[in-house]
Structure formats: C-alpha cells, structure tokens
Write a protein of this length. Structure first.
Length: 303
C-alpha cells in the first residue's frame, strides 16, 4: 500500500470508526469518502482474502492514494449515487458502511482548489471538478435572499443579510473571480476574529457548491436498500446540521409517520441506535489533530 500519501489527510477517530463497523473477515464494506485512504487501509487490514471493500470519492486527486489490493473497488463518484454504482458492479448487500463527511486536509491545503482563504486562487471550491457550479457562480448569480440564507444556515454568519447585500452591490461594479476579490468585501464586515469570519463564509459557500447536505440525505435514503439486516452504519460529521440530519434519520428512518390508535402518529425506524450519544475524539487526538474537535461519530444498525 505504498501508493498512499500519508500527508494527504489524517483520518479522524480511525480506530473508533473501524471498530464500530464490527468487521467480518469475509464481509463486504463501503468507505463512502476514501480521501487519503486511512479508513480504507484499516478496513482492509481486518478483512480476509474473501472480504471486499468498495470506496467512493468524487475528488480525482483521491485516486492517487489507491493501494494495490484486489479486494478494493474504487468508484470515482459522489456517494449520493451509491446504490446505482453498487448495482452496476454487482456488489452484494453490504455488511457495513462508513462515511467520514467534510473536507480533507489535502483539499484545504491545495491552493488552486479555492477551499481556503489562506491562498490566492480562483473562487472554485468544487470537490468534483467535473461539475459546473463554482463559488464564483454563487457569488455572482444568487440574489441577496439566497446568499443570506446559505450564509446564515451553513456558516452561522451573524451579519448574513449585510454581507449578502454587500456582495450584490459589489458585483454590480465588479464580478467575483478570485479569493482576494471576496476578502475585500469580507474584511470590513468581519467582527471579532477575522479568520473565524472568513472560515464561516467559506464553509457556507463550499457546502452550497458541493450540495453536501443534499448528498448526505440522498445517501441516508439508500441505506436500507444497500445494507443487509444487522449491518453497521458509521457516520462522522463535522457540522451541527450534518449531525442533526444523521441523528434524526437514524431516529425516524425518514419513514412516513404511521397512525397508531393509542398513541396517534408514530414513526418506525429501520435503524437501531448502537450509541445514543455521539462519540467524540479523545483529548489526545484533539491535541494533535485540531480538526477532530468538532467531529461526532454516530453508529446505527439495520434491523
């Protein structure tokens, strides 16, 4: 597995996440966010010769980290299309699925990808370079109400209305193309720590560009169709909305409410919660990997 770039990304809660899958040596598993391959490598270590692993990643750069292992099938696409591709490749029902959501360290550190305000680059932020919509498209085309909504909901930006109006006013004279053109607007509007403010805005734009919450919901709706009864599901989230989506879906299964003569409307979930509360990274891990501080790991099982 020498192809893997150890500097690409540090996997969060590596042992905890893979332990939670309860790996069977001859099982079939999916890693929905291959990235640097950390979680996939650990899964492969625990699989026997008859085991299989399917890994998804929409970022073309991730393919450079693939190990030479016949048990691994790599699918260079968004995990929101998991069911479609698993059927295409005749993959049987899974024994477990892992999804480490969010952005890899590599994406933040690659200046030309436009994910970080630390570098000058085009306002891109696409995880999948094949898609058309970029951060610049959002800034130049969304109306003030749309911009306010994403900054408020996805970035928790306190002055989201003021920011949205400033963006619309600015682009009337000059379109947004580069990170510096956006920072010129953000700088006078930032309150407190400017870096935190920039991070909130960039996070909101990234989530909108990549339709991250929509993709997550699409995957959740497919779980019952692609995982066998008794199979484990492990999600690591980094955003409060992501965590809420996963928590609520595990709770009610996204099922339509059923009428009960005694208790009224009730929901029946096809999931059993393995942990009622999310698992968080250890203090030691949080010290050497600050990104893990906001991580929450939730585990469920298909009934």
């Amino acid at each position: 597995m020498s192809n893997v770039n150890e500097n690409y990304h540090v996997s969060v809660m590596l042992q905890e996440a893979v332990d939670a899958l309860g790996i069977k040596p001859d099982g079939v598993y999916a890693d929905c966010t291959f990235g640097g391959g950390g979680h996939s490598r650990e899964i492969l270590k625990r699989l026997g010769n008859a085991g299989r692993l399917v890994a998804f990643d929409q970022d073309a750069d991730a393919a450079g980290n693939l190990p030479e292992d016949k048990r691994l099938l790599f699918i260079p696409n968004n995990f929101r299309y998991a069911e479609r591709f698993l059927r295409l490749y005749d993959v049987p029902l899974l024994d477990g699925l892992l999804a480490d959501l969010g952005v890899s360290s590599h994406q933040f550190d690659e200046a030309d990808r436009g994910f970080s305000y630390r570098f000058e680059a085009d306002l891109d932020m696409r995880m999948d370079q094949r898609q058309n919509k970029t951060a610049a498209d959002i800034l130049n085309n969304y109306d003030a109400k749309q911009l306010q909504s994403i900054f408020s909901a996805y970035g928790e930006v306190t002055n989201s209305k003021t920011l949205a109006e400033a963006i619309v006013n600015t682009r009337n004279a000059k379109m947004f193309t580069t990170i510096s053109s956006l920072l010129e607007v953000l700088n006078p509007l930032s309150k407190g720590n400017p870096n935190r403010y920039y991070a909130q805005v960039f996070q909101a734009l990234r989530i909108e560009v990549n339709e991250e919450f929509e993709a997550l919901k699409d995957l959740l709706k497919q779980l019952v169709s692609i995982i066998k009864p008794g199979g484990r599901i492990v999600f690591i989230t980094f955003h409060s909305i992501e965590d809420r989506i996963v928590k609520q879906f595990f709770k009610d299964g996204g099922m339509e409410v059923e009428e009960d003569p005694l208790f009224g409307k009730r929901t029946k979930s096809p999931f059993k919660l393995v942990t009622k509360k999310p698992i968080e990274a250890s203090q030691e891990e949080q010290r050497f990997n600050p990104r893990s501080r906001s991580a929450k790991l939730r585990i469920a099982e298909i009934l």
